[in-house]
Design a binder for this molecule. Structure first.
Ligand code: DX5
Ligand code: ZN
Length: 215
């Protein structure tokens, strides 16, 4: 694994009436990916973006679209999101029956899309052990999913260390929730190599400096 840190700004904190402008803003600031938070009002208590928005984002950016599915029954929506142009599809461990997780991983791979699996703050990291060599990315949530602007949960940092110790060399370990320069450093020190940040980046006066401070 290289030392490169993949920065994935979350457009949840962007201006939804100006997504093209706000994606260009982070691209010019050095963003590597664009993090797209999909919420269904069931798996999490909020509703955000769906397939048509991803389809239109695909037309206006060449940055990889890092799509975080916070939805029940993700298997029903994987093909539409892949066809819309997602480059990475991350589903939640908690949203899929254990005996169906490998099928979901295979489905995503079969569509030529990178696959991520995510755990919420209360989920122990050992549930991911059977899947670490089958996915491209693990996403460790460091807030309860559903909303931007929450405070980083320090105790989640231990999970990053645990996963890093068990993971294959090239597994991407992403964190999401309450990331800023300080909490981002904690995550990197524990083995994370991809940081999602919404309010820290889009709330910054100088977006480029904010992105660079995470690298
Ligand atoms: C929360 C989302 C995050 C959110 C992060 O459920 O998954 O991606 O946008 O926002 P911040 O960086 O503000 O905590
Ligand atoms: Zn997210």
């Amino acid at each position: 694994m290289s030392d490169k840190i993949i920065i994935s700004p979350s457009i949840l904190s962007a201006d939804f009436a100006n997504l093209e402008r706000d994606i260009k803003l982070v691209k010019d600031g050095g963003a590597d990916w664009i993090h797209v938070d999909v919420m269904d009002g069931h798996f999490v208590p909020n509703i955000t973006i769906g397939v048509p928005v991803v389809m239109d984002l695909r037309k206006i950016t060449d940055l990889p679209l890092d799509v975080h599915l916070m939805i029940e029954n993700p298997d029903k929506y994987i093909e539409p999101f892949a066809n819309a142009g997602a480059d990475i599809l991350t589903f939640h461990y908690e949203a899929v029956e254990e005996n169906n997780i490998l099928n979901v991983i295979d489905l995503i791979k079969s569509l030529g899309v990178k696959v991520g699996i995510s755990i919420k703050p209360k989920t122990a990291p050992d549930v991911l052990l059977p899947y670490l060599d089958k996915v491209d990315m693990v996403l460790v949530m460091t807030v309860e999913p559903g909303f931007g602007g929450q405070t980083f949960m320090d105790d989640c940092a231990e999970k990053i260390k645990y996963i890093k110790a068990k993971a294959p060399e090239n597994l991407i370990i992403q964190v999401d929730g309450g990331i800023n320069a300080q909490t981002g450093k904690i995550c990197k020190d524990n083995g994370s190599n991809s940081l999602v940040a919404g309010s820290y980046i889009y709330g910054a006066k100088d977006v480029k400096s904010a992105i660079q401070s995470l690298k």
